[in-house]
Design a protein. Structure first.
Length: 588
């Protein structure tokens, strides 16, 4: 009930349409009583009483009732659909807004397919009930009660007899409800699994093909598809078992009606016209009982789907804006790490990190895979919050800074480049949608992307496929660099940003970045010595701790891990003597 209440909360702005629809619905219940009454008059007065003159009036009356009922029905359907579509659009909007707010840690664990099924299947489950199924329930209940009263008025004995089986109908409905509820829950769960399998298969199709694992993937999908099919069949089976039984009980009422009703007419206790009227009302009254399982289905679906939707909406973002955030006029970019530690799922991945990076300083971070490089830079934009210590920007603890201001001061090129299926121009201008074409081109030039973009069929208007398919890894990276540069941020972060570009292009980008990083705080994660050697400070990480730090010269002199790395990288080109000579020169 609580879930329904919350779902109806979303319908509030469209309440008036809902009320009009409800009014029309009740009006149609009332109108529905007229025609059986007119049929009674037709039989009693025209057919048996030979009052032929009445015929035309009765027919006109029936026709008018039918026209008005149809018109009301049309408006009712329109209003119900309008209300439900608007309500669902609002919920969908809220869900997407919420998804935008959720932190990286949520997406670390979330499964895309499952999230997609929240925004599609579950919303559909809610749509059919809000308010359509809900009104249908009241329609059925009111119709049942109103027509029952009418039946009692016509003949109470006939009513009792024809409805003698209805308690069975209700018991059956309740049993059906219990079974179908869990069956629907299973189906929804399985649908989410199927969605995830499908989504992972499509996203990972290149890996699948590269490893020739298509049969395994087909088998995996087949298994989930069959599971899904079986859950659907379960529902069909349950409905198939109960529905005919319910129909049978309904039909028995008519057998009773013909038998006892006929007897009463022959005995002269009721008129033939009244029997016809009774029959009309009984038909109208039985359908709500028969429709009950379907309405219960809709209710169960909406309830289960609503629960999952609210579970998502109730997930709290781990990173939240401070209640009274500091909004500085401008971020200058002085980044300070003070004894920072970070834990992911109970495991300490950064330990006691101290960094001082004033504007204009270039900090390079090196270290083996998994040593914590990305984790360090993820903390600067508060994608995760520190477990211990603090990070200051321009003297403010970043947890006190307005999140939007903080992030707008950071230009980041992530390890995995993501491009949207949009034009190259819009991909570059992603962080600054109002950028002029000149600005976009200058950023692309600085990122060494301009030339290859111009060679593409539509230049900057070329639409790149999903995730930038159609571009090489290096081209994608250069577009991502241009995107970060265009933002003109005081803090620039490059996470392995030049890993996929060749040495020559990298050197070119480096030269441009040299120019660009003037006055900016730059963090650069790289594996190549050539990318980091000019940094003001190189930090070498090992298992989450800083084990060496200094300039290129200082670290070469130290002859520690950095030196070792340097030797490894140049071994193919330089002899040991040449390396020793460089060390001597550096140390001199
Ligand atoms: N979202 C996460 N949840 C849990 N553990 C994580 C998460 N991200 C990283 N880790 C773990 O934290 C450690 C540091 O990871 P991080 O990505 O910072 O390393 P890295 O030095 O950037 O590695 P690489 O060079 O491979 O990118 C690793 O042990 C990794 O498994």
């Amino acid at each position: 009930m609580d879930i329904l209440k919350r779902l109806f909360g979303f319908m509030k702005p469209y309440r008036k349409y809902f009320y009009i629809a409800a009014l029309l619905m009740f009006a149609n219940i009332g109108l529905g009583m007229i025609n059986p009454y007119l049929q009674k008059l037709l039989v009693n007065k025209v057919l048996l009483g030979k009052q032929k003159g009445l015929l035309i009036y009765l027919l006109m009356g029936m026709l008018s009732v039918s026209i008005v009922t149809s018109l009301f029905g049309y408006i009712y359907s329109y209003l119900v659909e309008y209300t439900s579509q608007r309500t669902i659009a609002d919920i969908r909007h809220k869900m997407l807004n919420h998804l935008q707010e959720l932190s990286f840690s949520f997406y670390d664990k979330a499964r895309t397919g499952e999230l997609m099924s929240r925004l599609t299947g579950d919303l559909e489950g809610v749509r059919v009930f809000i308010p359509g199924g809900f009104l249908q329930f009241f329609n059925s209940a009111t119709t049942f009660i109103a027509y029952l009263i009418m039946l009692f008025i016509i003949n109470w004995k006939l009513t009792l007899l024809t409805l003698i089986l209805s308690p069975f109908l209700v018991t059956l409905s309740m049993r059906f409800d219990k079974k179908i509820r869990s069956a629907y829950d299973e189906l929804r769960k399985q649908y989410a699994v199927l969605n995830t399998t499908l989504q992972e298969n499509i996203t990972g199709i290149r890996v699948v093909k590269a490893f020739a694992q298509e049969p395994k993937e087909i088998e995996k999908f087949k298994k989930e598809n069959i599971n899904n099919m079986n859950r659907g069949i379960d529902i069909g089976f349950i409905s198939g078992k109960y529905s005919p039984l319910m129909w049978f009980i309904g039909d028995m009422s008519f057998v009773a009606l013909i038998w006892f009703g006929g007897y009463l007419v022959v005995k002269g206790q009721i008129s033939l016209g009244s029997l016809i009227q009774f029959n009309g009302y009984l038909w109208a009254m039985i359908w709500p009982l028969r429709a009950l399982p379907n309405i219960l289905n809709m209710y169960e679906q909406a309830n289960a789907s609503g629960e999952r939707i609210f579970n998502l909406l109730n997930t709290k973002p781990q990173i939240k804006n401070s209640p009274n955030p500091v909004v500085p006029d401008k971020i200058k970019g002085h980044v300070v790490f003070e004894n920072v530690s970070l834990k992911y799922d109970g495991e300490m991945v950064l330990k006691d990190i101290n960094i001082d990076a004033p504007p204009g300083k270039k900090i390079a971070i090196m270290g083996a895979t998994g040593s914590g490089k990305t984790s360090i830079i993820n903390l600067i934009g508060r994608y995760y919050d520190v477990t211990k210590g603090r990070i200051l920007i321009d003297g403010y603890d970043i947890r006190d800074l307005d999140l939007k201001t903080l992030r707008s001061g950071i230009g980041i090129v992530m390890q995995e480049t993501f491009l949207f299926s949009d034009t190259i121009r819009n991909n570059i201008a992603f962080g600054k949608p109002d950028a002029s074409m000149d600005e976009i081109m200058n950023a692309a030039k600085a990122a060494q992307a301009h030339d290859f973009i111009m060679e593409m069929p539509d230049g900057y208007d070329t639409v790149v496929g999903e995730r930038g398919v159609g571009l090489s890894g290096g081209q994608k990276q250069r577009i991502a660099i241009a995107r970060a540069i265009l933002k003109n941020p005081p803090i620039l972060i490059l996470d392995d940003a030049t890993a996929s570009v060749d040495m020559e292009t990298e050197a070119e980008i480096q030269r441009n970045l040299e120019e660009l990083s003037k006055g900016r705080t730059t963090f650069i994660i790289a594996h190549r010595i050539s990318s980091v050697k000019d940094a003001d400070e190189i930090i070498v990480l090992e298992n989450g701790s800083i084990v060496e730090r200094g300039t290129h010269q200082e670290l070469i002199k130290l002859k520690g891990r950095y030196y070792h790395n340097f030797k490894e990288q140049f071994r193919a080109m330089l002899t040991d003597e040449m390396i020793e000579k460089i060390v001597k020169e550096v140390s001199a």
